[in-house]
Design a protein around this ligand. Structure first.
Ligand SMILES: Nc1ncnc2c1ncn2[C@@H]1O[C@H](COP(=O)(O)OP(=O)(O)OP(=O)(O)O)[C@@H](O)[C@H]1O
Length: 581
């Protein structure tokens, strides 16, 4: 756990909660010691009062007995409360640190890790660490002390019974563990199957239109039926173990108690104990089952928590985005927006999980140039944009703006440099205005309105109930094409000198498409514009076209020259004209 996040968070919580921890230690010791007292009182009541038929002290001992029970309750409550508070504080600390880490982590991480697995670090793994507090280490210490205390108390009554208890302990533990393991296996299987049943419903709902269009209702029902049946079978097992476990413990306890009574009978009198001692021993042995039972679960929780700790720490050790220069500002990098020079020097790139996507790209774009990247689906055009923005780091080579490596640009400055319009619009929780500003306080309402007017969305937004302040609660408030327009508004609202447009007209009707292109063309006089387009006809009048093939620049030049020189380009244009006319 060296330099681990868990250790760090634990240390911080201990530092900030020293009083609470001192109280916890006191309470834990109190719980252990006080819970040994009632059997002793019982012994005194029987030996000093009941056997000699002396009722004098009964009232006094009854009150003491009640007070002790009251203390046990109070101490138990305090222990649980403190452990829950401390556990929550540690998990909050861990989760906050993990969120900070998530913001710093190298973007490559997200292409090689599934969302579900990362979510599970934040939820299941941190919850497992929480059990270290609520029912793990501290619980185990309490259970162990309780067991030790009980054995010592019994030993004082009769060393023979003490020895017998020591012999019995592993047997009781073994039987309980055997059942607990089976119960847990059945519960885990049941949980997975319940997840499967629930997933099936949400998946079916998400795909309902497709299911109906392809007439897959029967298939959906059969699958659901199968999942339900599996679920019933495991649930049966869980119920069986649940039903058997309690009676099993009762029978075990009854056998042990009966053995003590038989061994103490007048005929055998093997243990040599008074009646009070016998009663107290029976009480103590009865109390022995609870900590033994807890111990098994606590050990298991600790095992799970340890793997949670390991996984959380692995996440915390993931490489961060390096090479950022915090002193760089957009104004320093681009002092004059008409002199932006973007350069690719021997750039190659490969995702962690795959082969080379881009190989040895060398390109220099002139200031204010309009460049369109074309190439077959999957050739790496969108990847190239992510490299330009420094979201991904080239495996080899450098991409620079005015001589500055894009990977050194701090994230906070990127919105003032790049306006990136993705193929898909990502909604955030908030109002329409916040979809555009992304809660960036530097962006005024006037700027937001200007950007929305620019893409022709203002009229529609004014027709919404609260105009710009309408809460966006569902994607369906905007059509696919409108989402595309919102994406453009979000990108241009900061008036960045570099526009990166990834298939911006894919979801627009031809009238809107023409309008967007003409508006962007007007605006583009003060921008360097890089666009990706499948439909060559929808290309913003480009100064040059870069054709990518097999990860390399196959050809680059003005569209007029490429129409003459490049067979692929001229045939694509011809094909498109054929399709459209
Ligand atoms: N996160 C990722 N992890 C691994 N491989 C990826 C990842 N993203 C993209 N790829 C792969 O990289 C290749 C290039 O993808 P990219 O999206 O850059 O292509 P593209 O030219 O923009 O495609 P399209 O024209 O369809 O948008 C594809 O083969 C894709 O499968």
């Amino acid at each position: 756990m060296n330099n681990s996040l868990t250790k760090k968070s634990l240390y911080q919580v201990i530092q900030k909660n020293q009083g609470l921890i001192a109280l916890l230690i006191f309470v834990v010791l109190g719980v252990v010691v006080i819970s040994l007292i009632p059997p002793q009182i019982l012994k005194i009541i029987i030996d000093n009062n009941l056997v000699p038929k002396n009722r004098e002290g009964l009232m006094r001992w009854a009150i003491v007995y009640l007070i002790v029970l009251l203390f046990i309750g109070v101490f138990d409550f305090l222990k649980e409360a403190i452990l829950t508070v401390l556990g929550q504080r540690v998990t909050k600390e861990i989760r906050m640190e993990m969120m900070v880490k998530l913001g710093k982590i190298n973007s490559q991480f997200f292409s090689s890790h599934e969302t579900g697995a990362v979510v599970s670090r934040f939820t299941n793994d941190v919850d497992a660490i929480n059990t270290l507090f609520t029912s793990g280490v501290v619980g185990m210490v309490i259970s162990s002390f309780k067991i030790i205390g009980i054995v010592i108390s019994i030993w004082f009554f009769s060393y023979k019974l003490g020895l017998l208890t020591l012999l019995l302990l592993p047997i009781i533990y073994g039987i309980i563990r055997l059942f607990q393991k089976r119960m847990l296996q059945a519960q885990i299987k049941n949980r997975i199957l319940v997840g499967q049943v629930n997933n099936h419903i949400s998946e079916s709902l998400n795909n309902m239109l497709m299911i109906k269009s392809y007439s897959k209702e029967k298939y959906m029902e059969q699958n659901y039926n199968r999942y339900l049946l599996d679920n019933f079978l495991t649930l049966d097992k869980v119920n069986f173990y649940d039903a058997v476990f309690s009676p099993l413990i009762q029978i075990l306890r009854a056998i042990v108690i009966a053995s003590i009574v038989i061994l103490s009978s007048a005929q055998l009198n093997f243990l040599g104990m008074s009646l009070g001692m016998i009663a107290a021993s029976i009480e103590l042995i009865s109390n022995l089952f609870e900590p033994v039972e807890n111990l098994g679960m606590q050990l298991q929780n600790i095992q799970q928590a340890v793997s949670g700790v390991r996984r959380v720490n692995e996440f915390y050790m993931e490489p961060e985005e390096d090479g950022k220069n915090d002193k760089l500002t957009a104004a320093k990098i681009i002092p004059d927006r008409s002199a932006v020079r973007l350069k690719f020097d021997n750039v190659s790139f490969r995702y962690e999980t795959g082969t080379d996507i881009l190989k040895n790209i060398n390109l220099t774009l002139n200031p204010l140039e309009k460049v369109t990247f074309v190439g077959r689906t999957g050739v790496g055009k969108s990847t190239l944009f992510k490299l330009i923005m420094g979201t991904l780091q080239p495996t080899e080579g450098v991409i620079s703006i005015n001589g500055i490596d894009v990977c050194a640009i701090p994230n906070r400055e990127k919105r003032r440099i790049f306006g990136y319009v993705e193929q898909r619009f990502h909604f955030i929780k908030g109002t329409v205005a916040e979809q555009i500003s992304l809660q960036d306080e530097g962006i005024t309402r006037g700027k937001i309105e200007e950007a929305l007017r620019f893409v022709g969305m203002m009229e529609y937004i004014e027709s919404l109930e609260n105009s710009l302040d309408t809460e966006v609660t569902s994607d369906s408030l905007f059509s696919q094409g409108q989402q595309q327009l919102l994406a453009i508004a979000r990108a241009i609202v900061t008036d960045p000198p570099l526009l990166l447009l990834d298939e911006i007209t894919a979801n627009l009707d031809s009238i809107t498409e023409e309008r967007v292109i003409s508006v962007l063309q007007k605006a583009s006089s003060a921008h360097t514009v890089l666009s990706i387009s499948h439909r060559l006809s929808s290309m913003i009048a480009s100064d040059s076209v870069v054709i990518l093939e097999n990860g390399r620049v196959k050809n680059a030049g003005s569209p007029e020259v490429l129409l003459q020189d490049d067979d692929w380009f001229s045939s694509q244009v011809a094909l498109e004209r054929l399709t459209w006319h």
